[in-house]
Design a protein around this ligand. Sequence first.
Ligand SMILES: Nc1nc2c(ncn2[C@@H]2O[C@H](COP(=O)(O)OP(=O)(O)OP(=O)(O)O)[C@@H](O)[C@H]2O)c(=O)[nH]1
Ligand SMILES: [Mg+2]
Ligand SMILES: [Zn+2]
Length: 357
Amino acid sequence: MVLNNYLKQLGFERSLMDEVDSSIPGTCVPVRVSQVQKESYFVTDGNREVYSEVAGRLMYGVDSPLHLPVTGDWVMAQVMDSSLAIIHKVLPRKTILKRKTPGKKVEFQAIAANIDVALLVQSLDDDFSLRRLERYLIMTREGDIEPVVLLSKRDLVAENELDSWIARVRDVSAEVKVISFSSETGVGVSAVNSFLESGKTYCLLGSSGVGKSTLLNELAGDEIMETREIRASDSKGRHTTTARQLIILDSGAMMIDTPGMRELGNIGVGAGIAETFPEVQELERDCRYNDCSHQHEEGCAILKALENGELDNDRFESWQKLRRESEFNEMSMLEKRKRDKKLGKLYKSVQKNNAKR
Ligand SMILES: Nc1nc2c(ncn2[C@@H]2O[C@H](COP(=O)(O)OP(=O)(O)OP(=O)(O)O)[C@@H](O)[C@H]2O)c(=O)[nH]1
Ligand SMILES: [Mg+2]
Ligand SMILES: [Zn+2]
């Protein structure tokens, strides 16, 4: 297969070529998922967008819903005509953004795939929360995605206060890139625009109402996304954006808009937490005991750092809470896997016994 320009512009990478050639059926072509709504999908070849359905074999053959197509995925599809394509296969993902589904059950949901940079949007009003930012950072880093913080609605704070807002973000993540802007006055929007690179895929993440879709409209120079009309507080909690949609900007950068998330669970105790709390992680290594609970132990490096002010108390508490949460999630996942295995064995032995009869 030749790598045409359209695919290259959409971010298709050479490493996926082998996967394409070994795919069946033969009439399939690689296209990118541009929108997902409940059961319906749209794919694009960079030129046109086509409504698609997932082939039954893929739909019912996957062992986890995480393996079904999500926005940003590269898939092999049969384009029947200008109004229908059938998706047969999801190509290996470079990165995956996922979250725990809301509620007590420990289940994960894919948000978007093949994202290069996650744009973590918080507005400069009561939405601003460092604790929430930590959660987004963990989620992003666990997906192997580079995070960038966007502070929106800059018009709501005095210009001379801006540095102190940015400094607070730096307290949580010293090296992360921070861009502040206002879609209302236009200040900072060009800084966002010039940060975006052609051929790369970005994903807007953040609470409902922080101005993700408004920014996308500014960048596109057109009202392509629906945004919230009324600014009254009674409209809070209602999502304006309901689908995850990939938009190709004139600059060649691709942007995925998402509905605001109400709840953010974590994934594993993996790299995400360590990367987001490097200072705590480092201190922990100096504790005398490997299983130190950092409550009362002698030779606890964390307690010592808290005492002499080297470690921020809020950071420590946040780290503990997130760790407990992800340990709980991991445990539940393991339990579930064990249960599934046992159940699988049970089914097998029942089948065997039935066969004997
Ligand atoms: N003051 C001010 N208001 C803004 C700015 N940008 C957006 N808004 C307002 O914020 C509200 C929400 O904007 P949206 O773009 O719809 O928010 P969203 O993040 O896409 O929300 P969901 O789609 O629900 O996740 C709208 O009423 C906008 O007019 C800004 O820079 N300054
Ligand atoms: Mg929106
Ligand atoms: Zn300790």
